[in-house]
Design a protein around this ligand. Structure first.
Ligand code: ZN
Length: 178
């Protein structure tokens, strides 16, 4: 079962929460002991891109923050309220790599059930090559297929999205990863 993040306090009134199955529900929820507010916990979306240069090289960023500091990743991050998933992917690519891209098709929908996340990656075309990595990245650079640092990738979803895209596929890879 998913290792639930144990919430402690009600986000409405601040009193203690207790986990139990509410009436008319079928799974355990965090329920406030004072105001009976039910605090639902649901998966989060991570959105990002697999950015390709015109010569077929792919853009990776080296993480400046934990977790997995120093390892390579695709530009991606948590979707924000008030944006669409593809807007989020564009924003993360700009924030982490300083790269402007044109989005292509959605190529990966990866369910990371163990941590309650869904990762979405779009294939993207780089509009320039003068990157300016943001504070979350140590560097951003282009890799030819044979240069990809497979043993230094930060996340399994990044590996799966890269494996899928480097094969040239623009179909949607949809699977469970962990
Ligand atoms: Zn409450």
């Amino acid at each position: 079962m998913f290792p639930r993040q144990r919430l402690l306090h009600c986000n409405r009134c601040g009193h203690a929460l207790q986990y139990h199955v509410p009436p008319d529900d079928n799974r355990e929820r965090a329920v406030c002991t004072a105001c009976e507010h039910i605090q639902y916990e649901n998966p989060l979306n991570v959105v990002g891109t697999v950015p390709f240069a015109a010569d077929g090289r792919v853009l990776l960023c080296r993480r400046a923050i934990e977790p997995r500091r120093g390892l390579w990743t695709l530009p991606a991050g948590f979707m924000e309220l008030g944006e669409t998933a593809d807007e989020g992917a564009l924003r993360e690519t700009l924030e982490e790599a300083g790269a402007r891209v044109r989005l292509g098709p959605l190529v990966a929908l990866l369910n990371v059930v163990s941590v309650g996340q869904v990762h979405l990656f779009w294939r993207a075309e780089l509009l320039h090559e003068d990157f300016e990595p943001g504070p979350e990245s140590l560097e951003a650079r282009l890799f030819a297929a044979e240069e990809i640092p497979w043993d230094e990738l930060a996340f399994r979803t990044v590996r799966r999205a890269l494996e899928h895209c480097l094969g040239g596929s623009t179909a949607l890879l949809s699977e469970r990863v962990g």
